[in-house]
Write a protein that binds this ligand. Structure first.
Ligand code: M6R
Length: 588
């Protein structure tokens, strides 16, 4: 959500900044804007809609070496030109990622003092407040520090002061911001892909750190305005993160990366017939998994593995509910927070709540050194690499694998899991390549409503299948526990309802099949994703082989991902950047 880029260096700033901004498109946005210094004056251009609207009116040859830019995902006020960032007030121009929780009170206070606002945003209030503080002391470092003390909520800010047209400032709290350190050039960004065209060396910022970049170089200050040294990091991952590498979409590329990802995790954590260096969950009496969206669905599959293999009672809760429900904070329990981005606001808040109540916390996170990774007591990285498509695929699978390893690590004999995982990369490649998902997608693409039905583990899988379909194809879809249909929902079923039945879980298969037959007799056509060879209950099927309880759910996932992908492709949807969605959900 929202992307930030700031640049000061020896190259013309607009092309560098725009390349960075485009690589952050995956985060989700609905307007974009830039401010740059030319002849010591601030110029601002901003446009609602896609980055190309901004691109169309920019002069890439402009003689400018300093600028800040932003992609905005609307929170306070509509997605229009006025509300787009940057916002300028007096001498201060800023771009902002995050939410200022007390902006309304601050705004009222400022209005009483005679200030006026043209946008509906919290960001313009921040610019106004900073300008007011700065006008009193004429010292930007002190002014930013005082500003930080007045703001509640989260923010990553890039700041230009008109009195210092050759200086770039930044500050952050609970929203991501990193500083790329190139050769006599510096780039501020929300995420690594936005700085790789300049440098792979970067610094992470802690909450309230202030950055000052000018012709003398880069300086960091802590919240007491003491100059501090930060440790430089080097990104050693894939430098071509912004390339689809020949695939039509990032989502398809990322689906195809899953076999290699499993091999990578396996190489790292499996030694002989045992797991090694895997966090030990056996000392905990219970486990609470807390997450959002697909990470929550991964938690449901994880619950299955942990309860069946490790015999530890496990609950799975939406982070947005956990924060506000009554929790018992049992000291013998472990809270596992799962998050691809490591920045999801609700998951981060849930983590902080568990920590505050002295519960051990383990973060299962994809993005290195993200807020959740840094905040948790223990962290287990999913190592899926940068995921660009908004719809998660490889990171979701990696989350499940990590949960499986946590569960299997408690077993005396881990050989069945190890041997199964050895087979998995080839099986996944087989299911990626050997099925004509497009043909099946054609049968489903015209439905307005599609139910994913299943019971037990199959229902947990169905929830992810349904989310994948609705988020990228915009077809209304619901996952429903097949046994619950006749308590109300079956009234919605007729020949115009699409049904995808997940029938993998042998413990309840017969019951699920009876429920599916009830649906079929109301006229609905059934597509089954199943390992039931007889399969007398569906009109069309994706037949999976029956391996074992470890592998069966994992191969099902691939088929559901590809089915959703091909339906969305037939509908010509913007698969990698679905409307209204953001990759990193940093607001509550
Ligand atoms: O970054 P996180 O894993 O914390 O994100 C959680 C959800 O926002 C995310 O899984 C979302 O549901 C995806 N778009 C699903 O594909």
């Amino acid at each position: 959500m929202c992307g930030i880029v700031g640049y000061l260096g020896n190259k013309k700033a607009i092309p560098v900044i725009m390349q960075g901004l485009k690589s952050l498109e995956y985060r989700g946005y609905d307007s974009a804007g830039i401010a740059y210094i030319k002849n010591d004056k601030v110029n601002i251009i901003k446009k609602a809609g896609k980055i190309k609207n901004l691109d169309n009116v920019l002069n890439y040859k402009e003689d400018t070496y300093l600028g800040i830019a932003h992609t905005r995902w609307a929170t306070h006020g509509k997605a229009n030109d006025i509300n787009a960032h940057p916002h300028k007030y007096g001498k201060i121009t800023i771009v902002h990622n995050g939410i200022i929780e007390n902006y309304d009170n601050l705004k009222k206070e400022l209005i009483k003092k005679g200030k006026t606002f043209i946008s509906e945003t919290d960001t313009e209030v921040v610019a106004c407040l900073l300008d007011e503080i700065y006008e009193k002391n004429k010292n930007m470092l002190e002014a930013i520090n005082l500003l930080a003390k007045r703001l509640n909520g989260s923010y990553a800010l890039n700041i230009i002061c008109s009195d210092e047209p050759h200086t770039l400032y930044a500050v952050r709290k609970d929203s991501p911001l990193i500083v790329g350190n190139g050769n006599q050039e510096y780039i501020l960004a929300s995420d690594i892909p936005a700085l790789l065209h300049v440098t792979n060396k970067y610094f992470l910022l802690d909450n309230y750190d202030i950055v000052k970049i000018d012709n003398n170089g880069l300086k960091f200050y802590d919240e007491n305005l003491k100059q501090i040294k930060k440790q430089e990091k080097v990104y050693t991952g894939d430098l071509e993160v912004s390339s689809k590498k020949g695939y039509d979409h990032f989502m398809l590329k990322e689906i195809n990366e899953q076999p290699e990802l499993i091999k990578k995790l396996f190489r790292k954590y499996a030694i002989g017939d045992k797991f090694s260096n895997v966090f030990d969950i056996s000392k905990y009496k219970s486990i609470e998994i807390v997450a959002c969206g697909s990470a929550y669905h991964a938690g449901l599959i994880g619950k299955y593995y942990i309860e069946h293999l490790a015999n530890i009672k496990t609950t799975v809760t939406y982070a947005s509910e956990y924060r506000y429900q009554k929790n018992f904070f049992d000291k013998d329990s472990l809270v596992i927070i799962i998050s691809q981005s490591g920045e999801t606001a609700d998951s981060l808040a849930a983590l902080k709540l568990a920590k505050k109540n002295k519960i051990d916390t383990l973060a299962i996170v994809n993005v290195f050194e993200s807020s959740i990774a840094r905040e948790a007591k223990y962290v287990f990285y999913t190592e899926a690499g940068i995921e660009v498509a908004v719809a998660t695929t490889k990171a979701y699978l990696a989350q499940i694998l990590v949960l499986l390893m946590l569960a299997a690590n408690t077993l005396k004999d881990q050989s069945e899991v190890i041997n199964s995982l050895k087979l998995l990369p080839n099986l996944l490649s087989q299911y990626i390549n050997n099925y004509d998902y497009k043909k099946i997608a054609k049968k489903l693409v015209n439905y307005e409503h599609i139910f994913y039905l299943g019971r037990g583990l199959d229902f947990s899988l169905a929830m992810e299948g349904s989310l994948k379909l609705k988020e990228i194809s915009y077809i209304h879809s619901e996952a429903y526990p097949a046994g619950e249909l006749k308590h109300g929902t079956i009234s919605l079923i007729d020949k115009n309802t699409g049904i995808i039945a997940i029938v993998i879980d042998k413990t309840i298969k017969e019951k699920t099949i009876s429920n599916i037959k009830e649906v079929a007799s109301r006229g609905a056509k059934i597509l089954a994703i199943t390992n039931d060879e007889k399969n007398e209950f569906s009109d069309t099927k994706i037949l999976l082989e029956d391996y074992n309880d470890i592998l069966n759910p994992l191969v099902t996932i691939i088929s559901m991902q590809l089915l959703a992908y091909h339906i969305a492709k037939l509908k010509k949807c913007d698969i990698d950047k679905p409307r209204n969605l953001a990759k990193s959900v940093t607001v509550e």
